[in-house]
Design a protein. Sequence first.
Length: 247
Amino acid sequence: MRILITGASGALGRHLVLASPLAEDELLTPSSSDLDVTDERAVVGCLREFEPNTVIHCAARIRSRGADSPEQRLAMSRVNVYGAGQVARAAKEVGARLVHVSTDFVFDGSKPGGLYRETDVPCPLGYYPLTKAAAEPLALGCPGALVVRLSFNESWPYPRAFSDRFTSKLPVAVAAHQLALAAKSELSGLLHLGGPRRSYLEFARTLGADVEPMTLAEVDGPDPLPVDTSLDTTRWRAHRHGTSSDA
């Protein structure tokens, strides 16, 4: 199978290239300079040239807290929304399966107990998750597309982590492995991937980080933080075990 991966130089993309489920596939990993997802002609030309069976769209512009200028928002929108639309349209034109990577942050974290299902309505906090939520219906416009919501970290770069904020984050290598399996499946629509619901503190310590606890009450600043964006992965687990799911 010929698989084209956008954003292959990012943390998720780098591990995806090494994921064992894709070991026997022909992987195409154009750089951002070779494939500017905001350039319609470049995207269509690239997909026409390579004729991939599957496109795994990992390319995205993320935001660091406190960096949210109008120029940064515009650049983020162009890559995360307009670029996603260009990739979806080109994949549809060449008949490729589209696997689009989204995020758990499309949810605002207010659901008691978290564990958001694919049927829950997104309500993002902040501009980055807003762009990711806006891209999902564009990706789903490609027939047979799969939109995968997940969250991951390669390491934990902070001295502290929240004991009262919850997630289903995965180590990036595990996230890439699960994404590769999902890409090789016949699933379509929305899919949640993730680990168990746990606090950020618990997750950070699974990465080997020597971190101290903190709470949301200690945070100052204008940016709201979702309290619990953990994901219900029933649909994925049912697929892996060969059972049905209503999700």
